[in-house]
Design a protein around this ligand. Structure first.
Ligand code: SAM
Length: 376
């Protein structure tokens, strides 16, 4: 696999780990709980107009006065509030990032990064380790899992730089490709496909996901000005007739939900729906030969896959190459995303075997309110 750029990635913290560092790790979940509660209960919004007492915050947000006082002290302990006489004032970071309506508001990421689903599943980590996979009946592989609606609604903001990078990498090739039919498998918020569509006015995007997620993708496509060039496909990516042939198939942040065998199956399905010389575009964490401390985010993400899927884990760079080549792709390139632990992986479809005429997925599976239904 060719790596097209490099990034510095060192251990997350230097030096010897002592008892204080271990205590910090054991206590870290309290920070998550306090911050998430502050966001959920609207504490930062209640303080947006200026310094306010805890009893006033309690009254505005309908909280118990004692509960509010202790929570505000907890938020002050984290540096998110500053005590001032008998009142509390927002810190600069809280004012900028945690007040709803601020242009840089990121509080909704709590629903993605600290969701109740992950929180509850993580409590069962020892059982998942004994079992070797998720022990929760409802998990990331459950059809129409409600968590994916929150993800589609809120994770788009952090996906933007990666989507831009993918569109830039595909751009020179995609601009010469006419037509440019793109399938975004398990699209979620849909940002990867819609970013390419915004850069390539001739692109048309097919966005596939479970039915509960697709309305959120469609709303985003409209907001991004590409709503008239998308079609949504509702259903199971392992079962649906994918239609095609597509010039680009995107599978972003998905393959780590599955074993190498199952991920390969999806890649082969993708290959079967593509034009010769088409491009597959993947995004995900990857693991290299570096020690785990140098790739902490990827290894901790594998823990999430352990508690939340039956066989998922972050795949190694060599596993990605093996899976892609095995599924009929070549010229695999890996592109680190600046300042994020993610990789964009692009490969070329080499094997023949797809028809030249575009076939829509069978009717009944296509959900496309307000979008042209005819073949492009
Ligand atoms: C981690 S999100 C990835 C979303 C988006 N591709 C991204 O990169 O941010 C996983 C998505 O896969 C969808 N999904 C999971 N299993 C699926 C399946 N069997 N068929 C279709 N979609 C599925 C979920 O609904 C969710 O939107």
């Amino acid at each position: 696999m060719t790596t097209r750029s490099t990034e510095a990635s060192g251990p997350p913290s230097g030096g010897q780990l002592g008892p204080a560092g271990i205590f910090d790790m054991l206590l870290a979940y309290k920070n998550t709980a306090v911050l998430s509660a502050g966001i959920e209960l609207g504490v930062f919004d209640a303080l947006a107009a200026g310094a306010t007492t805890s009893s006033e915050v309690a009254k505005r947000q309908r909280l118990d006065p004692r509960g509010a006082k202790l929570l505000l002290n907890g938020l002050a302990a984290l540096g998110l509030l500053q005590p001032e006489d008998h009142a509390y004032r927002l810190s600069a970071a809280a004012e900028k990032f945690l007040v709803r309506g601020s242009p840089s508001y990121i509080g909704d990421m709590a629903k993605v990064m600290a969701s109740k689903w992950e929180w509850e599943a993580l409590g069962k980590l020892p059982e998942a380790v004994r079992h070797g996979g998720t022990v929760t009946a409802e998990n990331a592989e459950t059809p129409d899992y409600p968590y994916w609606q929150d993800f589609a609604a809120h994770a788009g903001a952090v996906a933007a730089p990666t989507a831009e990078l993918m569109a830039d990498v595909l751009g020179p090739w995609a601009s010469r490709r006419e037509p440019l039919h793109v399938l975004d498998v398990a699209c979620g918020h849909g940002l990867y496909g819609y970013t390419l569509a915004r850069q390539q006015p001739h692109a048309r995007i097919w966005s596939l996901d479970w039915p509960n997620v697709l309305p959120l993708a469609r709303e985003r496509a409209i907001r991004m000005g590409v709503g008239d060039r998308i079609t949504t496909i509702a259903g199971d990516m392992f079962e649906l007739d994918l239609g095609g042939p597509y010039d680009v198939v995107m599978i972003t942040n998905v393959l780590h939900h599955f074993s190498e065998r199952r991920a390969s199956e999806l890649l082969r399905r993708a290959a079967g729906s593509m034009t010769d010389d088409g491009r597959i575009a993947l995004v995900g964490f990857t693991i290299s030969d570096a020690p785990p401390a140098a790739e902490a985010a990827a290894h901790l993400f594998s823990i999430l896959m352990l508690i939340w899927t039956s066989e998922g884990e972050v795949h190694t760079e060599s596993a990605y190459e093996r899976m892609l080549v095995g599924a009929g792709f070549s010229d695999v390139t890996l592109h680190p995303v600046p300042a994020l632990p993610l990789r964009v992986i692009i490969a070329r479809r080499t094997a023949a075997g797809s028809s030249a005429e575009l076939v829509e997925p069978p009717s009944g599976l296509v959900v496309e309110p307000g979008s042209p239904a005819q073949k492009p």
